[in-house]
Write a protein that binds this ligand. Structure first.
Ligand code: AMP
Length: 210
């Protein structure tokens, strides 16, 4: 089962991908997490990506497509995968098609803009393993410490208010057209993001199995 989770930043793609990948036994692949890891490790790819990420812009297609291609070639992806945050442009979607990857379903998690802003301001991520949290909706058991790996949980630089608006604009301009791209292929299913994570997870699993 190859799935794509589509949605604005903060819609809950990462959180839902973490839940669904456990249930289906396939990995969740977040290009954002992979890029943040590369930035943290100071690799050439990370250094090249950092300026785009800090501004809330997309990293150039060639770079992200290369990273994704290498990742899905790994053994743990043989039974399928969930893509969280890829594709983000029509060019990236076309690149997936050219790689011969068959996508079974594209789950769009839809959340109104006004809710997105509030969600992003409370979002926190683990510096160690990339797990996502939220001060109100999914707090860590111990303040500031990741439940899974014990590393520090922090606010992403690009979740600060000045960058959030630019990321939403980028989403509308470059990523939202993917809805039409996958709708035309009969693959798009839209789930309304709910207040409670568990409620969205029920709808997401129903959309995948339906
Ligand atoms: P995310 O964690 O998915 O919100 O991604 C964080 C940042 O990483 C984005 O704002 C982009 O700068 C970059 N990024 C992640 N995935 C992609 C992608 N598929 N294409 C281009 N840039 C990406």
């Amino acid at each position: 089962m190859n799935l794509i989770f589509l949605g604005a930043p903060g819609a809950g793609k990462g959180t839902q991908a973490e839940i669904v990948c456990d249930k289906l036994g396939i990995p969740a692949i977040s290009t954002g997490n992979m890029l943040r890891e590369a930035v943290k490790n100071g690799t050439p790819a990370g250094l090249a990506a950092k300026e785009y990420m800090d501004r809330g812009d997309l990293v150039p297609d060639e770079a992200v497509i290369g990273i994704l291609k290498d990742r899905i070639a790994q053994d743990d992806c043989k039974k399928g995968f969930i893509l969280d945050g890829f594709p983000r442009t029509v060019e990236q979607a076309e690149a997936l098609d050219k790689m011969g990857v068959n996508i079974d379903k594209v789950i769009e998690i839809s959340v109104p803009d006004e809710k997105i802003i509030a969600r992003l301001s409370g979002r926190r991520v683990c510096e160690g393993c990339g797990a996502s949290y939220h001060l109100d909706y999914k707090p860590t058991k111990v303040e500031g410490i990741c439940d899974s790996c014990g590393a520090k949980v922090v606010q992403r630089v690009d979740d600060k208010p000045e960058t959030v608006l630019s990321r939403l604009e980028t989403y509308r301009e470059k990523t939202a057209p993917l809805k039409g791209y996958y709708e035309a292929k009969g693959k798009l299913v839209t789930v309304e993001g709910q207040e409670e994570i568990a409620d969205t997870a029920k709808l997401t699993l129903a959309a995948i199995n339906g």
